[in-house]
Design a protein around this ligand. Structure first.
Ligand code: MN
Length: 231
């Protein structure tokens, strides 16, 4: 008997990212690093001294591969953009060191961690989980993936976001408190990682609200730009 004959409800299609140059990347889990750029930590009222990295999650069904029109989510009047470098893993493991973590990276994409800042703020105030502030339909637009070997990322790689053409976020990858490989290695000590996992690696300063009808463009170095219009 095949699984299709025993499933008692429909199974959703896998979520896949487009790979530049051909192919697709099926997504498994989606992890996000909090406060990984010092200037953003400060703008959110925190001291960015090198405390251990921390993580939260989105569901893969929350991703918007390729961007495009994204419905403004319910239950918020303060939806914020956060431009992020998204890392895709081609290999997994637990308790990886930084060299193993680096080797596990399959590719990179530009992404936006859309955040219901009002719900996140209420959760922080009440010492409750962030889940409803961070994980909701449409909360994870991700551009096309580029294999690590051809992405050409360096420490000086710029990361920026425009809102209706105005630059609102800008920085460089080297401003990360926890470089990508270190963050992945740390995360792998908390949970086993797998091929297909994505990691949103945090946002530089300049986060702010986006309204219905506005268009965001996220750019990370030479990775394919990601354009999102809130509808
Ligand atoms: Mn973020």
């Amino acid at each position: 008997m095949t699984p299709a004959e025993t499933d008692v409800i429909p199974v959703p299609d896998p979520v896949r990212l487009t790979v530049q140059g051909g192919g697709s990347f099926p997504v498994r889990e989606v992890y996000c690093i909090g406060r990984n750029y010092a200037d953003h930590a400060r703008e959110m009222g925190h001291d960015p001294d090198r405390e251990p990295p921390f993580f939260f999650r989105k569901d893969r069904e929350h991703l918007v591969p390729g961007g495009g029109d994204v419905p403004y989510p319910p239950a918020t009047t303060d939806l914020h953009y956060e431009v992020e470098l998204v890392v895709a893993l081609g290999a997994g493991g637990a308790h990886m060191d930084t060299a193993q973590a680096e080797a596990a990276i399959w590719g990179y994409a530009a992404g936006i961690d859309l955040t219901r800042r009002d719900l996140q703020g209420q959760a922080k105030d009440m010492r409750r989980p962030w889940d409803m502030g961070k994980g909701f339909a449409g909360s994870g637009p991700v551009g096309a993936l580029v294999p690590a070997g051809v992405a050409g990322l360096t420490e000086a790689t710029p990361i920026r976001l425009t809102c209706d053409g105005a630059e609102v976020q800008t920085g460089t990858i080297e401003q990360m408190i926890w470089p990508v490989a270190e963050a992945i290695a740390y995360l792998s000590g908390l949970v086993a990682l797998h091929p297909g996992d994505l990691i949103f690696t945090g946002t530089p300063a300049g986060v702010g609200p986006v309204a219905r009808g506005q268009t965001l463009v996220a750019e990370v170095g030479g990775l394919p730009a990601l354009t999102v219009t809130m509808t």
